[in-house]
Design a protein around this ligand. Structure first.
Ligand code: F0G
Length: 404
């Protein structure tokens, strides 16, 4: 495996463990080139099933189980907390509410730190260890910080997290503190925090934002696990919330590999849902624009996706287009309503995750997807990730009831 520039006109290739986050030739993001030649997809499907019976940490991890499609490391270097292995849960009230008959949730919030970030962090942190890093850092709306802090603690590395001051859920901040991270509060948005961090190259820091291609590889395995759970039959639609667009970029890369190497013969249409106040990708999609115009002051109650300048938009767009999908946005009110419905189904999630269900309801209302389509919605964060949001919503409900 090698690193490859994502820009097809450049296509520069680099040694896999080079310390770059962007192409030194053209500045575009990098990705990992899985140039496996002889893949026997049937044999691998059986092997991956077999590994579920194993007691080896690499087989138990729902990421490293699929390691034939990941960079290789000596087993003792792998930093794992047993991530992955998240179930598919059928939507009941949520399906009725959205106007669907076949809705399932894949709840990535049921990972070790309560968020999908763990799936990428296990690979990113392993790479950090492999390259001899001592300090790891990220900018974050909260979840990446919590995940980085946990995996850094496991690896014995120093964790430094850059957070937009006053814009991060206290539950997430508490996790980062509990796992021993150094917290740097930045006046401004997530985008400002990321810019500040990226200026710190040359200070011996290993960067673990989702522009890090090793994180994308880990997050890619969500689609390997999902299709494995569905006996390699893709659903009609896959719905995912979009912030910095790393996760949808990772899913797009997984689609490409799963199709190319014969694991599936059809892809799900990938639908990316943004919050209306932080929707540069939805705007790009609607306008058919060639370049992304950042939203300068992103605003949404779903603080996890309060991002105005998503870095991975080109990668994400490739996945959306290749799968015949689309991008849309939903309002904060729609997100809050959808989140409450997911709670009533006994599942629960944080606000950003509920953008998926809100998006589905919107698409059904305009008859853009069939009622009986098979749909998998990706829930990205656990219900306990933003408890303030829940308490405030219920207080408001009570106040309104009293007012009438
Ligand atoms: N859902 C949750 C719960 C998130 O925390 C994030 C991103 C997203 C969705 C969007 O994913 O950025 O890959 O498009 N959170 C990042 C963080 C930015 O810092 O925790 P994306």
């Amino acid at each position: 495996m090698q690193l490859r520039c994502f820009n097809p006109d450049c296509a520069a290739k680099l040694y896999l463990h080079s310390p770059f986050l962007a192409c030194p030739a053209c500045g575009e993001l990098l990705e990992i080139d899985v140039d496996t030649t002889d893949v026997d997809s049937d044999a691998l499907k059986s092997l991956w099933s077999e590994r579920r019976k194993s007691r080896e940490p690499r087989d138990i991890s729902g990421v490293w189980r699929y390691r034939e499609f990941l960079p290789a490391y000596p087993p003792e270097e792998i930093v794992t907390l047993g991530e992955g292995n998240t179930p598919l849960v059928r939507g009941r009230k949520t399906a009725d509410w959205a106007g669907l008959t076949n809705l399932r949730f894949k709840h990535l919030g049921w990972n070790p730190t309560g968020c999908f970030k763990d799936l990428g962090m296990t690979v990113g942190m392993t790479e950090a260890v492999h390259t001899g890093a001592k300090i790891v850092a990220c900018a974050s709306t909260g979840n990446t910080a919590a995940s980085l802090a946990a995996y850094a603690a496991r690896a014995g590395l120093i964790a430094r997290v850059y957070l937009p001051a006053g814009q991060v859920s206290l539950n997430k901040l508490a996790q980062a503190l509990d796992f021993g991270a150094e917290v740097v509060e930045v006046e401004g948005s997530f985008d400002d925090a990321l810019n500040i961090l990226l200026e710190k190259t040359g200070e011996g820091i290993y960067f673990l934002n989702s522009i890090n291609p090793f994180r994308i590889e880990g997050q890619k395995t969500t689609m390997f696990e999902l299709l494995d759970q569905l006996n390699w039959k893709a659903p009609d639609y896959l719905v995912v919330p979009g912030g910095n667009l790393g996760n949808s970029a990772a899913f797009g890369k997984a689609f490409d590999e799963l199709l190319r190497y014969g694991f599936v013969d059809k892809l799900p249409r990938m639908i990316v849902v943004q919050a209306a106040g932080a929707n540069p990708f939805a705007q790009l999609w609607n306008d058919g624009a060639k370049e992304l115009s950042p939203v300068l002051e992103p605003e949404t109650v779903a603080t996890a996706i309060r991002i105005g300048n998503p870095r991975s938009w080109r990668k994400s767009l490739r996945g959306v287009k290749n799968s015949g999908g689309q991008v849309l946005d939903v309002t904060d009110e729609e997100i809050a309503e959808a989140k409450a419905m997911i709670g009533r189904d006994g599942i629960g999630c944080e606000p950003a995750s509920a953008a998926t269900l809100a998006g589905l309801r919107k698409l059904r209302a305009s008859n853009s997807i069939p009622k009986d389509a098979s749909v998998v919605a990706i829930l990205t964060g656990h219900v306990l990730k933003d408890t303030n949001f829940i308490i405030r919503a219920h207080q408001r409900e009570e106040e309104e009831a009293h007012a009438h």
